[in-house]
Design a protein around this ligand. Structure first.
Ligand code: ADP
Length: 443
């Protein structure tokens, strides 16, 4: 910045100097012409008054002292009649001789003489202006240099403050990122400015908040998984120790209990695998054209034994036959998850309604049961990992609280959304959307 300022000020100084000199020359030229005219008028008046060149010598000397220039007056025969230096009086000046300028002295009937300014100096050269310009030049240049130095000084101070203002937030960001690199995501960059650096700091803080949330989720997940693994394993160990101590018999009932705990562990591991897959974004959806009605029918068939065991009626709306673009296996998994949950929460002899319809360019699917429903305060959490409204009851049904989390992730992977509509005591309805089969493609 300082180099740029120096170049700018330097060029301004050079151009200002040239412009000032040109203006001074022009003014001096005009002033000199006016003086010359006045001097020839004075000589002419003196000649007419005296009838001779008497007195012209004194006029030339005074004028020369005033202008700082050698002045010579010649008559019509080019003989010098007056000389401000007293050096060439009586001599003849060549008519073609050089001079900065010469002017004729007017008489009554035409010119009576010629006034020579600085004879011997080539025409066009300005002796007077050079003298004046030299005397005013250094002071003008000095002024420009001083003002340039002042400008550089001010620019340096401003540059210091401006760069300090720009660099300080960057230093803060660097410090915060170093702390974040040491896995401390609690720090935030405190930058208030509204410029690009401020915007960067805000984005950086958002990223830190997201990293902090992810880190917390990771820690919670490890804790939750350990907890969920410990309970069935503790139970299995209790059964095995009871049998080996002779306190329990390895009868069918005990073995069924052990098998139940092992099934719980197996399901937990399967759910975790699914969750890891959908959350890492590595799950490849095999999108294909399929009929939603077929998928709903297949899911109902798969859960039918459980429904029949509780005499629950599965009522499927006839209008379900809609073409969709989806991964059939994953949509079946979603439907099964919702149906299994619905069956688990529906009392014996109850009913579950399933319908689908086309809305706003998408397909909306609903699975509604007439069980106890989900309290409004619990609804925001049902899609969270390991959330169970009633822990002991869910354990009895084999759920670990991952089913709805996986369901939501699968729906989101299809660019869809899922919501729960429920009021305690009035059943629960899960609604989700899926993309419709694009027009023109076969179903
Ligand atoms: P789980 O595998 O334990 O069933 P989910 O993630 O599928 O876990 O469900 C989370 C919790 O949401 C369940 O423990 C249950 O309390 C509640 N829930 C899910 N579906 C229903 C439903 N149809 N009716 C009432 N509560 C439900």
């Amino acid at each position: 910045m300082i180099v740029v300022i120096l170049i700018t000020v330097g060029m301004t100084a050079v151009f200002a100097n040239l412009a000032a000199r040109a203006e001074i020359n022009r003014l001096q030229g005009r002033e000199a012409a006016a003086h010359d005219q006045r001097l020839t008028k004075l000589l002419s008046d003196s000649y007419l008054y005296n009838g001779s060149w008497l007195g012209s010598q004194a006029i030339l000397k005074n004028a020369s002292a005033l202008y700082g220039e050698h002045l010579v007056l010649t008559d019509l025969q080019n003989q010098v009649v007056a000389d401000s230096n007293d050096s060439v009086i009586g001599q003849y000046l060549s008519a073609t001789g050089t001079s900065r300028q010469k002017a004729s002295v007017p008489g009554v009937e035409g010119p009576v003489g010629t006034l020579w300014f600085s004879p011997g100096v080539p025409a066009g050269a300005s002796t007077r202006s050079v003298v004046v310009a030299e005397s005013s030049g250094p002071s003008l240049s000095l002024l420009l240099i001083l003002s340039g130095l002042l400008a550089v000084g001010i620019a340096m101070i401003l540059t210091f403050f401006v760069s300090h203002r720009i660099l300080k937030p960057l230093e803060t960001l660097a410090r915060v990122s170093r702390q974040a690199a040491r896995r401390d995501f609690t720090v935030r960059a405190n930058v208030q400015s509204r410029d690009e650096v401020g915007e960067l700091a805000r984005t950086f803080n958002t990223m830190l908040a997201e990293l902090s949330r992810t880190e917390e989720l990771r820690r919670n997940l490890v804790g939750d998984v350990a907890h969920e693994l410990r309970t069935p394993l503790t139970n299995i160990r209790g059964y095995v120790e009871g049998i080996s101590d002779g306190l329990m018999q390895p009868d069918a009932e005990t073995l069924a209990s052990i098998r139940g705990e092992i099934q719980l562990l197996t399901r937990l591991i399967e759910d975790l695998q699914d969750l890891a897959l959908v959350e890492s974004g590595q799950m490849q959806l095999r999108l294909q054209s399929c009929d939603l009605g077929d998928l709903i029918r297949d899911a109902c068939l798969a859960v039918n034994p459980q429904a029949q065991a509780k005499s629950i009626a599965l009522e499927v709306d006839e209008a379900c036959r809609l073409p969709i673009q989806a991964d059939a296996q994953r949509v079946s998994q979603v439907l099964c998850n919702l149906l299994v949950n619905a069956i688990a929460h529906t009392p014996t002899g109850g009913r579950i309604q399933i319908w689908a319809r086309q809305a706003e360019g998408r397909v909306q699917v609903s699975v509604k049961d007439d069980g106890p429903g989900i309290a409004v305060e619990d609804q925001p959490y049902v899609f969270e990992r390991f959330f169970r409204v009633d822990k002991s009851r869910s354990r009895a049904t084999g759920g670990v609280g991952l089913g709805l989390t996986i369901t939501r992730r699968l729906i989101e992977a299809h660019q869809g959304e899922i919501e729960v509509i429920s009021q305690a005591g009035e059943g629960a309805e899960f609604r989700f959307t899926l993309p419709l089969e694009p027009v023109g493609q076969p179903a």
